[in-house]
Design a protein around this ligand. Sequence first.
Ligand code: SF4
Length: 376
Amino acid sequence: MNLARWLVFIFLLGIIITVLLWSEKIDGVTLATPKIKGTVLRETMFYEKLKDNNVQCGICFRRCVIPEGRRGFCRNRENKGGILHNIVYARPSAVHIDPIEKEPALYMLPGTNILCFGTAGCNFRCKFCHNWHLSQRSIEEMEYTYNLLPEDAVNLAIEKKIPTLSFTYNEPTSFYEYVYDIARIAKLKGLRILWHSNGALNPEPLKELLKYTDAVTIDLKGFTDKFYREVSSAELEPVLRTLKIIREQGVWLEIVNLVIPTLNDNPEDIKRMCEWIKENLSPDTPLHFSRFSPAYKLTALAPTPIETLEKAYQIAREAGLNYVTIGNVPGHKYNSTFCPKCQARVIQRIHFQVLSNNIKDGKCDFCGYKIPGIWD
Ligand code: SF4
């Protein structure tokens, strides 16, 4: 072999060794994590290559077609040379410890903490967003961005003795690959995975992520397509499809409905929503009515009257839902959970704090009725 061939051979060998060093073997699956300019680029898991270096993202209902050099609607997926990358991968802009009740996940390990992650970006444009400073901005506009690889995120939870990692604050769909990689590692280490989503994923990525998920909280933001289109620039149908899939896959599910005065507080719509949940999911699916407070582009609206929330609660109970709560009203009686059989208060809460828990081995400690959820 002449010198030129040797040089080519050594050069190619160097590339192979470098790629191997950048990869980590986890549970039989290789996570490729090429480091570029101090950050990590991760290829989008579900997308199609089209002609002329265009790509079509398959993660959420929008199915953005993205030309080279451009980003999708969520601001987090960029077409670089015909490859679609998630540009917020391993770059969370919010990492916090919260009570699990804040999620809300009220039927999962009550009184424990969760390690929460959020990034820039979102695939919705909700006018009422409380986290708009994350969700409605790109990563370049973030005040803080951490470099935190999936294994480091999991190790942080272990170090802090936190049993559950949660993906929240902004839409996990927009940083799907980060959620997915963390979830796979976390499950190997015996930790729990929770995510809070607007629910507009496509079925294939949803089912893949559910394999490594313990519980999901879904925002069912309203029950008309008109509300979804006009207030969130989104659609209702993909969210309903997601709810059914989560239920079919047997992953624990809780639903939040933020009740916004004049926009989605029509009692007839709330009744239809509750009946749909009962018929298509289960009467045991928890439903949380959450109080709106003025935010982002809806600062002219008043906070939701307490009576409106109590009326919604009544409608849901009359529709046959067994586990209904009211949130964002600290100290309200219906912050707490009551046994559907004996009506005793089985979990007493004030806002995010658990004052007492009378569920033992998944049953009401007063009458023995089985209460669904994740209790240990
Ligand atoms: S995840 Fe982002 S890029 Fe992909 S389809 Fe949804 S909005 Fe578009």
